[in-house]
Design a protein around this ligand. Structure first.
Ligand code: GSH
Length: 213
């Protein structure tokens, strides 16, 4: 049975759990999940660090095979269990989809993470409001570009749901959480009709609902 290490509140663990659910992999039958990170600890023990030397979650253990980095795990699982479906077999379609995983990690999440950690992992008296607002504006610039793209096609890589939609979907979910939770700090979120149409479809998927609190 596969093992997934990581607490369910982690955005990166959620990507893996959502992917597994899309693939019809059931917790308890096909994989077991073990809490690690934040209040659960574990991730800094020497035993865990032999699996994941970063001391971060998630980590996947599939037999003798150990893998960390959430996007690599999502790619591995999708290719292993649904090549031609969730992971497109056509190389160009696949590249289109995977591009959005890289973009999520290297563009959108870079600024949004500053907002997330700056507000939720920092005591209120230490909030750096100008820096938070700058990072929020940068996130919104990136999301406006995404909105234009999703205005032309149903999903990030075309007319069907693929791997690239997973990291992007949980990241937009977090953006909405921040906008709703901290309206007194962050400017109102911009109208992004195509992003909201796409997010509405994603968040109605049973696999999303089961995996992303
Ligand atoms: N690039 C890594 C980042 C992993 C990461 O930053 N994980 C966070 C949770 S989202 C973590 O382990 N934080 C420490 C903790 O939870 O104690 C990935 O995508 O897997």
């Amino acid at each position: 049975m596969m093992r997934v290490w990581g607490r369910t509140s982690s955005i990166n663990v959620q990507k893996v759990l959502w992917c597994l659910a899309e693939l019809g992999q059931l917790e308890g039958r096909d994989f077991e999940r073990l809490d690690a990170g934040l209040q659960f600890g574990v991730n800094n023990t020497p035993e865990y660090r032999t699996l994941n030397p970063n001391g971060l979650v998630p980590t996947l253990v599939d037999g003798d095979f150990v893998l960390w980095e959430s996007h690599s795990i999502v790619r591995y699982l999708a290719a292993r269990h649904d090549l031609g479906g969730l992971m497109p077999q056509d190389l160009q379609q696949r590249a289109h989809s995977e591009r959005w995983m890289d973009w999520t990690q290297t563009v959108l999440w870079v600024s949004l993470r500053l907002v997330f950690t700056g507000l939720t992992r920092t005591p209120q008296e230490k909030w750096d409001i100008p820096a938070l607002r700058r990072a929020w504006d940068e996130s919104n610039v990136a999301l406006r570009m995404l909105d234009q793209q999703l205005g032309q096609q149903a999903y990030c890589a075309g007319d069907r749901f693929t791997v690239g939609d997973i990291p992007l979907g949980v990241t937009v979910h977090r953006w909405l959480f921040l906008a709703n939770q901290f309206p007194e700090v962050l400017e109102a979120r911009p109208e992004l009709p195509a992003v909201m149409r796409w997010y509405g479809e994603l968040s109605a998927r049973p696999a999303f609902r089961a995996s992303v609190p």
